[in-house]
Design a protein around this ligand. Structure first.
Ligand code: P6P
Length: 335
C-alpha cells in the first residue's frame, strides 16, 4: 500500500520549485476531501441536505453541502500558507488570503467544491474539481485577478475527488494521472490507479439529449453517428449520462468515451465553467492521452477573460473528440 502522502513525496521532484509545496497543497486538498466525504456519506441523516437558501453567482440555488464544501476547502488551503488566494464556483469574486503566511504563497487554486450537488438529495455521486497555478503577481503582495485568468496550459497541477461507490482523489502535475482510493477504515487515500491512460477510442457518449433540438448540427450528426454506427463499429454505442460531470468524466477516462456539453441558443457558451471545471479536466485528460476542446479549439489554449466564464466542452477519447470536431466542420450552423 502506498499512501497519497508517500507518493507525492516520492514524486516531489516532478513538481517544479519543489520545496515541499506540492505536498502542502495536496495535503490541504486531501484533508478537506476527507471531511467532505464524511458529510456526503451521511448527508441524508443530518441537516446538511437541501438548499442553503442562497443562490451563487450563477444564479443556482446553493445546496447546504455546496457551502459546507466551499468553506472546508477554503479553510484547509488558507491554513497551509502556500496559497495566496482562491476562486470558487461558490464565490462571486476571488478570495485573497491576506495574512502574513499566505501573502508569501506562490500558488492560487480554483475550484468547484461540490460539482453536481443537485444530485446529493437523490444519492447520486458528486465531485470536487481543483486547478492550481503559480501566481503571476509578486510574492508578498495580495493575489490579483491576473493570477486567476491564466490559460489552462499554465496549470501546474489539477485533479478531482469523486464521492462515488468509493471515494477517489485523482490528480496530475503534468507527469501522468494518478488515482488514490480512500480507505475509511484507516482514513487514508491509497494508490490504486497509477499512471491512468484513457483509450484512444470508446463506445460511451455522455450528453443531455433532452437538449437535442437546441444542439448545433454537427452535434446532432454525432449523436446520429453513435446511434447508427457504421459497419466498422462492431459494438453499438451506449449513452451514459449521470448528470454529474466528475462521475461521467471519471468513467469515460477509465473505459473510454466522450462527454459533451454543447452550446445552445439559450446558452451560447454552454453551461460548464472554463476555469474550475473544463481546464482542470482538460489538463487531466491530455495527461491520460485524451483530448478536450470547445468543438474547435483546445480548451487549454483559451485565454480567460472572466472568473466564471463558460465554454462549450467536448472531452474524452481522442478519436471520439476528433470525430465531433470533424462533424462540426462538415455541418456548420447557418450564421
Ligand atoms: P444538465 C452539474 O450541475 C453540472 O455542472 C455537471 O456536473 C453536469 O454534467 C451538468 O451540469 C448537468 O447539466 O443541464 O444536463 O442538467
Amino acid at each position: 500500500m502506498k499512501t497519497l502522502g508517500e507518493f507525492v513525496v516520492e514524486k516531489q521532484r516532478d513538481f517544479p520549485h519543489a520545496k515541499g509545496e506540492l505536498s502542502a497543497l495536496l495535503s490541504a486538498i486531501r484533508l478537506a476531501a476527507k471531511i467532505c466525504n464524511r458529510e456526503i456519506n451521511k448527508a441524508g441523516l443530518g441537516d446538511i441536505v437541501g438548499d442553503a437558501g442562497e443562490t451563487n453567482v450563477q444564479g443556482e440555488a446553493q445546496k447546504k453541502l455546496d457551502v459546507y464544501a466551499n468553506e472546508r476547502f477554503k479553510a484547509a488551503l488558507e491554513a497551509r500558507g502556500e496559497v495566496c488566494g482562491i476562486a470558487s464556483e461558490e464565490e462571486d469574486h476571488f478570495v485573497i488570503f491576506d495574512n502574513e503566511l499566505s501573502r508569501d504563497g506562490s500558488y492560487v487554486v480554483l475550484m468547484d467544491p461540490l460539482d453536481g450537488s443537485s444530485n446529493i438529495d437523490v444519492n447520486v455521486s458528486v465531485g470536487t474539481i481543483f486547478s492550481i497555478y503559480r501566481r503571476v503577481s509578486p510574492v508578498g503582495t495580495p493575489a490579483t485577478m491576473e493570477d486567476f485568468l491564466q490559460p489552462g496550459c499554465n496549470q501546474v497541477a489539477a485533479g478531482y475527488v469523486v464521492y462515488g461507490s468509493s471515494t477517489m482523489l485523482v490528480y496530475t502535475t503534468g507527469n501522468g494521472v494518478h488515482g488514490f482510493t480512500y480507505d475509511p477504515s484507516i482514513g487514508v487515500f491509497c494508490l490504486s490507479h497509477e499512471n491512468m491512460r484513457t483509450p484512444k477510442d470508446g463506445y460511451i457518449y455522455s450528453i443531455n439529449e433532452g437538449n437535442y433540438h437546441k444542439f448545433p448540427q454537427g452535434v446532432k450528426q454525432y449523436i446520429k453517428y453513435c446511434q447508427e454506427p457504421d459497419e466498422a463499429t462492431k459494438r453499438p454505442y451506449s449513452a451514459r449520462y449521470i448528470g454529474s460531470l466528475v462521475s461521467d468524466f471519471h468513467r469515460n477516462l477509465i473505459k473510454g468515451g466522450i462527454y459533451l456539453y454543447p452550446p445552445t441558443a439559450k446558452t451560447p457558451n454552454g453551461k460548464l465553467r472554463l476555469l474550475y471545471e473544463c481546464n482542470p479536466l482538460a489538463f487531466m485528460v491530455e495527461q491520460a492521452g485524451g483530448k478536450a476542446s470547445d468543438g474547435t479549439q483546445r480548451i487549454l489554449d483559451i485565454k480567460p477573460t472572466s472568473l466564471h466564464q463558460r465554454t462549450p466542452f467536448v472531452v474524452g477519447s481522442t478519436n471520439m473528440v476528433e470525430k465531433v470536431e470533424q462533424l462540426l466542420r462538415d455541418f456548420p450552423d447557418a450564421k
